[in-house]
Design a protein around this ligand. Structure first.
Ligand SMILES: [Zn+2]
Ligand SMILES: [Zn+2]
Length: 174
């Protein structure tokens, strides 16, 4: 969703509240797909504080779902995003010094999806786990060890045993 902020540009001191929504269904981050389960429309207040500077404020809780890094079960969690910062609008016409180039701003339009996406990427956990002591899945039989136990020997196998294991595996695959 794009919002056009040009009406604020000419009026110093003017502030406006925009009701906006984040419309992406999922985002990708370091090879994982994070599904957006819930992101309600939210309010973004933007004010012209003079000197070609603008402030933005707003917040949005986003419910995200991603697979547990150990057992691959879907885990949902909430990221509380805040959008409190200073902006320089109208770039491209006149270059402002000292403020970073924001990828979600282009001229007077603000791309809400891009804004939320950036913020979300910064607040995602390094690793999603269903619980700190998730036991993961057995790397031999694929059993989810949080729910069941398996009889696989997870110790390193005796070389003589591994031959038998090999034969056994081939037999299973047929
Ligand atoms: Zn897990
Ligand atoms: Zn197993």
């Amino acid at each position: 969703m794009l919002i056009n902020l040009s009406e604020l540009f000419t009026c110093e001191g003017k502030r406006k509240v925009y009701t906006v929504s984040f419309e992406l269904a999922s985002i990708k981050f370091s090879g994982d797909v994070y599904t957006i389960l819930k992101a309600e429309p939210f309010e973004l207040e933007i004010a012209n504080i003079g000197g070609k500077k603008f402030t933005m404020s707003g917040q949005l809780p986003v419910t995200v779902e991603a697979p547990c890094a150990r057992c691959l079960e879907p885990v949902s969690f909430v990221c509380e995003l805040t959008f409190d910062r200073e902006l320089a609008l109208g770039k491209g016409e006149e270059q402002e010094e000292g403020l970073d180039e924001e990828p979600y701003l282009s001229g007077y339009s603000l791309d809400v999806d891009q804004l939320v996406c950036n913020e979300l990427l910064l607040s995602l956990p390094m690793r999603v786990l269903c619980s700190e002591d998730c036991k993961g899945i057995c790397n031999r039989c694929g059993t989810n060890l949080n729910h069941e136990t398996c009889t696989c020997d997870t110790r390193s196998l005796d070389p003589r045993m591994s031959v038998i294991q090999e034969i056994f595996n081939q037999f299973k695959e047929v």
